[in-house]
Design a protein around this ligand. Structure first.
Ligand code: NAD
Length: 538
């Protein structure tokens, strides 16, 4: 065990313990850190400090990459990709299945690093690990289904044999955020590898150690050493050189950065998938199971302290159940434990940074100044750590308030009452985002019918986000300003391939035969086409 945890007990919500100095709580062995950071492609001699949001204490100095390091990373990845593209799918799958097991074997080490770097509660860190393992297993088990050459109907039945090959793009650039530092750094790279590509990854600067450990485990599972390169540094410096050298870009982050990435990809005519922000609505219908809905709302709003692209920031509750729902939701929120801890005892951890805290505080201050009511939380908690903020429920939020339409990306939710469901759907569809939605109802069929009216890429019924996120066979991503393209499922792997159609013409050419005139040929051809239509052919 390399991450040391000398803390004697969790810091829970309550009076600050003057004996406890969170700044001194956690430390990492220098040798352990060096073992991880040597994976960064870096010749600049520069380093950047990573500090833990749990107490602000420095954790490591990460070597920084320059444009020439990005060049070197792509050159190595390109060389490795040639042999990898010839590796049978069985071998690739076996590596992924070993990776699945290794993630669980090294669970505590991974969860410690995620907690230290991101400040999140351990249960939230575990969900990342589970998602990554699910992704590895899903693509291991479905590789043939997605990638095997597929026969389709040819132009002339019996004479045109047509098939579709899936050709790897080459080297995929992956730019990922800090909020899910384990799974977001790796999960999109797994289908890229499975499809025969190499990867150059630029994880977020704040959570490099987690990404590096997860990459090391891929190698331990049998992935060839150079196939996955890691560069480190600010996105605004490394983004452009990465896009210049990539054959495809997978970007996860804010909508503002996503637009910049998309423009640069357009200039190079390379594809990209963009997993961006959201302002996700939950609808609690009048027949909702209220206990379950209140539990779901707590998870949906406050998981990962709300720093989750698919978390709920707007709750629309039917008039008939509003008071009863709110009473339950507020009670559960107030009962949450908050703290800086690497154990399983806390419900919600820290925000990641001063920037995040400033945004959350500004959204709440603005709403309160303009007349919103705070039903729970509403305050920063410096007694628990530098970036803690209480789980916060607001009522009376109006369109002039920042948190009405802008993503807070923190533990803050606005409650709205609705009278009829079509009004709720219309309000849920307001704004430019369209990532995730949730509906609570006892009538699953009605929920599914309403889902079709929501302009969101995923809709969870009687769940907040976990049901779609954990359904690896289903695509996940955003409509409108929430993104382009999808991760997971067939879409999640096909984005990393070029579809190549190969048609072999046998027996007869697609041209007049034996001196036949073009006109006669056209008549015969038309007869054939009419017959095919009658036979119901596509
Ligand atoms: P961000 O856009 O600032 O950063 C994300 C990544 O992009 C980081 O690695 C960063 O270094 C890099 N980057 C920054 N500027 C760049 C540039 N000019 N060119 C290329 N790369 C650049 O986002 P963030 O604040 O770190 O993450 C939070 C946002 O991400 C939220 O809006 C959240 O909703 C979104 N998010 C979306 C998903 C999803 O799946 N849809 C998942 C997680 C987070």
């Amino acid at each position: 065990m390399s991450a040391q945890n000398p803390q004697t007990g969790p810091l829970v919500d309550g009076p600050h313990d003057p004996e406890h100095d969170p700044r001194a709580s956690y430390a990492l062995e220098p040798g352990y850190v060096a073992g991880l950071t040597r994976r960064v492609v870096s010749t600049t001699g520069r380093t950047a400090e990573v500090a833990s949001p749990l107490g602000g204490q420095p954790l490591a100095h990460i070597p920084q990459s320059g444009a020439e390091d990005v060049d070197a990373a792509f050159a190595r990845a390109r060389r490795a990709q040639v042999a990898w593209a010839r590796t049978p799918l069985e071998e690739r799958s076996a590596i992924f299945l070993r990776y699945h097991d290794l993630l669980f074997d090294r669970r505590d080490e991974l969860l410690d690093l995620v907690g230290l770097e991101s400040g999140k509660a351990r249960k939230d860190a575990y969900l990342e690990l589970a998602h990554l393992a699910l992704t590895a297993r899903y693509y291991a088990r479905t590789a043939h289904q997605h990638l095997d050459t597929r026969r389709v109907a040819g132009m002339i039945p019996g004479a045109t044999r047509t098939e579709i090959n899936r050709i790897p793009k080459g080297v995929v650039g992956i730019i990922s955020p800090w909020n899910y530092p384990l799974t977001m750094a790796i999960c999109d790279g797994l289908p890229a590898l499975m499809a025969g590509n190499a990867v150059v990854a630029k994880p977020d600067a704040q959570t490099m150690l987690t990404a590096l450990l997860a990459t090391q485990l891929l190698e331990e599972a049998g992935m060839p050493a150079d196939l996955w390169q890691v560069v480190a540094g600010p996105g605004r410096e490394l983004g452009a050189p990465m896009i210049q050298r990539s054959d495809y870009i997978c970007f996860t982050g804010s909508t503002a950065t996503g637009r910049i990435v998309a423009q640069q990809c357009a200039d190079r005519l390379i594809g990209c998938s963009l997993e961006l922000g959201g302002k996700n609505p939950m609808l609690v219908l009048r027949d909702a199971p209220l206990e379950r809905a209140a539990d779901g709302a707590v998870r949906g709003v406050f998981s990962n302290a709300g720093q989750l692209c698919v978390s709920m920031e707007r709750l629309f509750v039917a008039d008939q159940v509003y008071d009863r729902f709110v009473e339950r939701f507020v009670a559960r929120t107030e009962a949450m434990t908050l703290g800086a801890s690497l154990d399983w005892s806390v419900d919600m951890g820290s925000l990641i940074s001063q920037d995040q805290l400033d945004t959350v505080q500004a959204h709440v201050d603005d709403a309160v100044a303009k007349g919103a009511r705070v039903l729970a939380g509403g305050r920063a908690r410096p007694d628990l750590g530098p970036y803690f903020f209480e789980p916060t429920i607001l009522e009376g939020v109006t369109p002039d308030m920042t948190c009405f339409g802008h993503e807070t990306f923190g533990p803050v939710v606005s409650l709205y009452r609705f009278h009829d469901e079509s009004d709720a759907v219309a309000r849920a569809n307001e704004g430019d985002y369209g990532l995730n939605a949730s509906i609570y109802t006892r009538d699953g069929a009605r929920g599914r019918a309403l889902a079709r009216q929501l302009r969101c890429g995923t809709v969870n019924i009687n769940e907040a986000y976990g049901a779609t996120f954990g359904s690896l066979a289903a695509p996940m991503g955003g409509m409108r300003d929430s993104g382009m393209g999808r991760r997971q499922g067939a879409e999640g792997i096909h984005r990393y391939t070029e579809a190549q159609s190969v048609a072999t013409q046998r027996l007869v050419p697609i041209a007049p035969m034996l001196g036949m005139s073009e006109e006669t040929n056209a008549k015969l051809f038309t007869l054939g086409l009419r017959a095919m239509k009658k036979l119901g052919k596509a």
